[in-house]
Ligand binder design. Structure first.
Ligand code: C2E
Ligand code: MG
Ligand code: MG
Length: 441
């Protein structure tokens, strides 16, 4: 009776207490206290504010660069939502995304984020950052409630952006619900050419077999495993294991939350492909991000070995004679040549050496059509690929060209002039992809 004076109010307060008990897992009891009403009111007012935030343009995206450890290039920018609240100032996602999820406001918020990020990346690509992609976070609620394939298609069309530019970040919890429908959705997205990354990897409970089952392109090692690197033995073991497991499955790895040079070196030694974190940059408003991309001084302050050696050709062929002929011609043109007679050997060389162009025999036993090419493009997006074949296989050629995984298709034995022209063209394309940053400086 001390909690209010009228029956209505007492019942309302009892109700609030009951909801609190249910929120905490149910099967328990809770006493009402006046701060619950305060909190409930605050939540309600935040909810009302959030409804209007999109139309009032109070939401903004900040962008954080994702950097390739091999080329030092910014390969993608992750869009992270911020709310410029008129009274409370700049709010972080943890202060409004959960509310947006509970209230369903995540759907308009998510659409807005995707549109804005795609528009931003289109502008940056036109400015000359030709290899950039945009990473957009999709919450499990969004994935469940919405026809996400349709939403994504509409956003890409509206922004006039190629699906290849979009990286969707989903979490393990998405994979664990409604597995068959999820698989179908993810396959449709993947077939459109969109990259799928698994965010906060290691914090959820997804089974490893899901990694094989779903078309995941990238794993993002959660910040909690990166924070105490390289000193913490457990985290070091976990991070190393995630990297090698992902690579075995042909999945690239991003480490989140990289703040120090020591973390970076550890990750580089383990073959981690990309890093993201305060070491390079905090998430930035679009104009500051653009400035950072133009200056790029921080990013070039760490140098990889062989960083300048962009004129290396890797020839993958199990026919030693054919390989030797190509090697002789390429060397005469001034290129450095590496040879591999298996796909595994080639991947090993790619891990250790900086390669600009790969020339691969189409009939390599482990190739599996253009599967290897696609994997190559995913792990080493700036390596340019030439496919050579003695037996023109129309279907493979068609796929290779249509997916954009292959730069040129050559007939074997190679005509020297045609080979030289292809090599020069491929290395020029590689320089454009990898060196756009260098030439801008
Ligand atoms: P996330 O997708 O895992 O994003 C990475 C978070 O780590 C970001 O937090 C980023 O600011 C932070 N971070 C990056 N580098 C470092 C570092 O070196 N050290 C530390 N301590 N932190 C670092 P933020 O911006 O607060 O976002 C939190 C989460 O909110 C995101 O986690 C994402 O799950 C969610 N989120 C953000 N924007 C959206 C959105 O538009 N839609 C949806 N559905 N979720 C979003
Ligand atoms: Mg993310
Ligand atoms: Mg994350």
């Amino acid at each position: 009776p001390a909690d209010d004076t009228t029956v209505e109010c007492l019942l309302r307060n009892a109700d609030i207490a009951m909801y609190r008990a249910k929120d905490q897992g149910g099967n328990s009891f809770h006493f009402y206290s006046s701060d619950m009403t305060t909190k409930a009111r605050a939540r309600l007012s935040l909810e009302n504010d959030l409804r209007r935030a999109i139309e009032r343009e109070e939401l903004v995206l900040h962008y954080q660069p994702i950097v390739s450890l091999r080329t030092r290039e910014v390969v993608a920018i992750e869009a992270l939502a911020r709310w410029n609240h008129p009274q409370r100032g700049l709010l972080l996602p943890s202060e409004f995304i959960p509310l947006a999820e509970e209230t369903g406001l995540i759907l308009p918020l998510g659409e807005w984020a995707m549109h804005s990020a795609l528009n931003e990346v289109r502008q940056l690509v036109h400015t000359g950052f030709v290899s950039l992609r945009a990473g957009v976070n999709i919450s499990a609620h969004q994935f469940r409630q919405q026809d996400i394939v349709h939403t994504v298609q509409a956003a890409l069309a509206a922004a006039d952006v190629h699906p290849y530019r979009l990286q969707l970040e989903i979490t393990e919890s998405v994979l664990m619900q409604n597995i068959e429908a999820t698989e179908k959705t993810l396959r449709s997205l993947s077939e459109m050419g969109i990259e799928l990354s698994l965010d906060d990897f290691g914090t959820g409970y997804s089974s490893l077999s899901y990694l094989k089952r779903f078309p995941i392109d990238v794993l993002k090692i959660d910040r909690s495993f990166v924070r105490d690197l390289p000193g913490d033995d457990d985290d070091a073991a976990i991070a190393s294991a995630i990297i090698s497991m992902a690579h075995t499955l042909g999945i690239a790895v991003v480490a989140e939350g990289v703040e120090s040079r020591a973390q970076l070196e550890f990750l580089r030694e383990r073959g981690c492909n990309y890093v993201q974190g305060y070491y390079f940059s905090h998430p930035l408003p679009a104009n500051l991000l653009k400035q950072l991309l133009l200056e790029d001084s921080r990013l070039s302050s760490f140098t990889g070995e062989n960083a300048n050696d962009a004129s290396t050709l890797l020839v993958i062929d199990d026919d030693a004679q054919g390989a030797a002929a190509i090697e002789a011609i390429a060397k005469a043109e001034g290129y450095r040549v590496l040879l591999a007679d298996t796909i595994a050997g080639a991947l090993d060389l790619l891990e250790r050496e900086r390669v600009g162009v790969v020339l691969c025999d189409q009939r390599m036993p482990e190739m599996g059509g253009v599967g290897f090419m696609e994997k190559l493009r995913r792990l080493y997006p700036d390596v340019v690929c030439i496919l050579a074949s003695a037996h023109a296989d129309f279907e493979v050629a068609r796929q290779a060209v249509n997916t954009g995984a292959v730069y040129k298709f050559l007939r074997k034995p190679c005509d020297p002039e045609e080979l030289i022209a292809a090599l020069n063209g491929a290395f020029a394309a590689h320089r454009t992809a990898a060196g756009a940053r260098v030439s801008r400086r």
